[in-house]
Ligand binder design. Structure first.
Ligand code: NAD
Ligand code: TYD
Length: 352
């Protein structure tokens, strides 16, 4: 067993392609790299879908060694040419369709981006050759837990939503690339993230945004579904540790031992903002709603010399403050597409 903090990095990236770096976790990851790995060349490759926003990365423009390229991961030849031209040695793959409710409304885009897109990226990387490929995945591939137990890396994959099924498909293609071609893939599976720049379709930013506007907060079912929350900066640090110290062919679970029933999170947000609980609306449940997620991240802590650093108390206070102070970012995100999605997902739920 390796000693915490004793092992030197096994891989030192010199030029990294980050896919999905204009999204929530990707933009936080890119910011971490520019801060903590000076000298690393970094290409942020993102298609700028509804979830990718140039305003989330505007402060990075002009930074030494940093390049933004707008592009789709499904364009295999274009990605291969970029990898070759830029002499990329490391790929960290965040780009995805990431929201469960959208996958329930329309699953095809999830298969295109998450499954076909991941294979396309693997094909480009296999053509050119890279030293490390990190597949950023989710604990949702393991399915749902009862009241006891936690997901380990040995838990069977039992995805329940089109989103998690498409991520499991991508993980299996990565696993196959390792077994078939000896391709150096490391897979990370993280629990629910929160923090700055998260698109306000996910629980925490949605509830903060609506509470700030004194609008009803739609809580699915009985509000007792449990999620295991980690601050996005702790997740970003774990992904970097996986790129530098992860063993090819291995899976690492990432989490912060921080389980909360949804309703408690919603109440905490209301209390922090000084808003009344009368804003809460229990609405029709999400179909196939996973009851509980909880992650055992002992392997990542042991082998990657990583541990989460941000307590939930501090992280959620910082996050609420961030959304309060970034009304301009939020209003730039609330486009016609967002309103249309909101109407489609919530109108029939509210009638329950
Ligand atoms: P996000 O939806 O905020 O961002 C996704 C990004 O990918 C966007 O910038 C989007 O423009 C880009 N993108 C989408 N399709 C693309 C394509 N075809 N080509 C290139 N770029 C494309 O997602 P997120 O919450 O930051 O999640 C990032 C990754 O982390 C995903 O792979 C997700 O499955 C995984 N993950 C997320 C969480 C979470 O709580 N959010 C937890 C565990 C794992
Ligand atoms: P979400 O942020 O969509 O993440 P995931 O489904 O990937 O875990 O949802 C987190 C939890 O919050 C989940 O149990 C569903 C619930 N939820 C609501 O109750 N109301 C909402 O409007 C949303 C978006 C989520």
């Amino acid at each position: 067993m390796s000693q915490p903090f004793a092992d030197p990095p096994r891989h030192t990236p010199r030029c990294m392609l980050v896919t999905g770096g204009a999204g929530f976790i990707g933009s936080n990851f890119v910011r971490l790299l520019l801060r903590e790995r000076p000298g690393l060349r970094l290409i942020n490759y993102d298609a700028l879908t509804y979830a990718g926003n140039l305003r989330s990365i505007a402060d990075l423009d002009g930074h030494d060694g940093y390049l933004f390229v707008r592009g789709d991961i499904c364009e295999t030849e274009r990605v291969a040419a970029l990898l070759r031209e830029q002499r990329v040695d490391t790929i960290v793959h965040f780009a995805a369709e990431s929201h469960v409710d959208r996958s329930i409304l329309a699953g095809a885009e999830f298969v295109r981006t998450n499954v076909v897109g991941t294979q396309s990226l693997l094909d480009a990387a296999l053509q050119v050759g890279v030293e490390r490929f990190v597949q950023v995945s989710t604990d949702e591939v393991y399915g749902s837990l009862g009241p006891e137990g936690r997901f380990t890396e040995e838990t069977p994959l039992q995805p329940n939503s089109p989103y998690s099924a498409s991520k499991a498909g991508a993980d299996l293609l990565c696993r196959a690339a390792f077994h078939t071609h000896g391709f150096p893939v490391v897979i990370t599976r993280c629990s629910n993230n929160y923090g700055p720049y998260q698109f306000p379709e996910k629980l925490i930013p949605l509830m903060i945004m609506r509470a700030l506007a004194d609008e009803a907060l739609p809580v699915y079912g009985d509000g007792m579904n449990v999620r295991d929350w980690i601050h996005v900066e702790d997740h970003a640090a774990a992904v970097l540790a996986a790129a530098e110290r992860g063993r090819p062919g291995e899976v690492y679970n990432i989490g912060a031992d921080n389980e909360w029933p949804n309703i408690e999170i919603v109440r905490l947000i209301l209390r922090s903002l000084g808003k009344p609980e009368s804003l809460i609306r229990f609405v029709k449940d999400r179909p196939g709603h996973d009851r509980r997620y909880a992650i055992d991240s002992a392997k990542a802590r042991r082998e990657l010399s990583w541990a989460p650093r941000i307590s939930f108390e501090e992280g959620i206070a910082r996050t609420i403050a961030w959304y309060r102070e970034h009304g301009d970012w939020l209003s730039s995100i609330i486009t016609g597409e967002y309103r249309e999605y909101y109407e489609k997902n919530y109108a029939h739920k509210m009638q329950a």
